[in-house]
Design a protein around this ligand. Structure first.
Ligand code: GDP
Ligand code: IMO
Ligand code: MG
Length: 423
């Protein structure tokens, strides 16, 4: 068996949580391989709505094993809040959730550093989620991080050393804070982590592969936020692309199976940074309103625009996407016409190639397609799709050269249409 990977192809919030939940019955193990509580993955079913941050989205379907992999950064306080909320709503996790000993901890001072760095950048700030993601990964890479496995060995000394170092930096930024207030919930969270099995996840996952178990890797953020290939520096601090699943779980590239690339029928972005097909008119407002485009973690309004095929083709290439999933088709139900960005005009020259630096100004070149003007939200089969919607799907498949396997027509688990027979 191989590991199938599901990841976002745009700037995050494509609907990964919903689809992981839908696909979970076909898998034995669901794993997160990067990111942390900057993610907000929404699932809706049977009238309930949940937003997951660090816990994989396979947690609601039977007794599947869910693993937080080594590539993730984990904030104990936010993790405990997530666990508590799930347990209160009748979803005990202890036996179904395991945590890699090699995952890194987000310390309370990482959050403070995130805020200090952002405010020092002024108008060129990244617009981070403020969860300490960048500083935690910085410490990991500079070999100063503290891992989940350290909770069991000499933890106090490692914690003190790290906090002292962070406080020295915070002093330079003249940043005011109340550390004890943050530490209270952080240490309660640390106790919560100890309730779970802390594992050598790379061994567990490779053993599962040898035993023919089916594994799904759930990405966070999206390809345009990848630290190497996204719109740098307006990106997150991890590899959100398919290769990140190899390093974030400890699996060999040849053990990657299907790569599910997920995108919205349009495009959104939250935080700062270039977004060539962004709309500043009433059409963008309409997308935001109908699609309820507000951050699941921060509540910030998401910037909205037309689908960007230059960026999507690039994302398909970098990830080796084998199956596409199109989300939020219903949001465009009442649009008279739909635009798709097929090229950028940069310094007067048209190109279909994703450039080195988007912020130097890329003007979108659009083709216009007819809208379908039909409520698709109650449809259950592709046989019901309006002609214009089929034309949009065909157009995207031709452009992206990958089949669209799943179409989502609403936030609920049931509002999902499979187009090709899964094997
Ligand atoms: P993720 O971070 O990729 O898991 O996505 P988010 O959960 O942050 O954002 C996706 C939002 O769209 C959530 O509020 C979902 O409930 C919602 N959603 C997912 N699929 C659909 C869909 O097909 N139609 C509509 N209208 N909403 C959807
Ligand atoms: P999910 O998994 C959308 C964005 C932030 C900011 C940039 C860096 O729900 O799709 P960070 O806190 O990671 O240092 O912020 O990345 N960002 C996301 N945008 N969805 C996410 O996750 C995001 N996680 C981070 O808004 O622009
Ligand atoms: Mg999200």
């Amino acid at each position: 068996m191989k590991v199938d990977v599901l990841l976002g192809l745009q700037w995050g919030d494509e609907g990964k949580g919903k689809v992981v939940d839908v696909l979970t019955p076909g898998y034995d193990l669901i794993t997160r391989f990067q990111g942390g509580p900057n993610a907000g993955h929404t699932l809706e079913f049977e009238g309930n709505k949940f937003v997951l941050r660090s816990i994989p989205s396979g947690i609601f379907q039977g007794d599947k094993v869910n693993i937080i992999g080594n590539g993730v950064v984990l904030d104990p306080a936010l993790f405990k809040a997530e666990v508590d909320a799930l347990e209160v709503s009748g979803h005990p996790l202890t036996d179904r959730l395991k945590i890699s000993k090699k995952a890194h901890l987000i310390l309370p001072t990482h959050r403070l550093l995130d805020a200090a760095y952002e405010s020092s950048k002024g108008s060129s700030k990244i617009g981070t989620t403020g969860k300490g993601i960048g500083p935690a990964y910085t410490d990991k890479v500079s070999r100063n991080g503290i891992r989940v496995g350290d909770i069991l060995h000499n933890f106090d000394e490692k914690y003190k050393t790290a906090i002292t170092r962070h406080e020295e930096i915070l002093k330079q930024y003249h940043f005011e804070y109340d550390l004890p207030a943050l530490e209270k919930s952080w240490f309660e969270g640390l106790e919560c982590i100890k309730r779970f099995e802390l594992i050598d996840s790379e061994h567990v996952i490779n053993d599962a592969l040898r035993n023919d178990k089916r594994i799904l890797a759930e990405g966070a953020q999206g390809t345009m936020l990848d630290i190497d290939f996204g719109s740098y520096p307006f990106v997150t601090s991890s590899n959100t692309v398919c290769a990140g699943a190899c390093t974030g779980l400890g699996i060999a590239p040849r053990n990657i199976g299907e790569v599910y690339g997920i995108f919205k029928a349009y495009c959104t972005r939250v935080g700062s940074g270039p977004f060539p097909s962004e709309l500043f008119d009433e059409k963008g407002d309409e997308m935001r309103k109908i699609g309820f485009e507000f951050g699941s973690v921060t509540g910030r309004p998401r910037r909205c625009g037309w689908i960007d095929l230059v960026a999507l083709k690039y994302a398909v290439m970098i990830n080796g996407v084998s199956r596409l999933i199109m989300m939020k088709s219903d949001v465009l139900d009442q649009f008279e016409t739909i635009n798709a960005c097929v090229a950028y005009k940069i310094n007067g020259k048209e190109t279909e190639r994703f450039p080195y630096d988007l912020s130097e100004g890329a003007e979108p070149v659009y083709v216009e397609l007819p809208g379908w003007k039909t409520d698709m939200s109650q449809m259950v089969s592709e046989d019901e799709f309006p002609e214009e919607f089929n034309a949009y799907l065909n157009f995207l498949e031709e452009e992206l050269e990958v089949p669209i396997h799943i179409v989502s027509v609403g936030p609920d688990r049931d509002q999902t249409i499979l187009r090709y027979q899964e094997n």
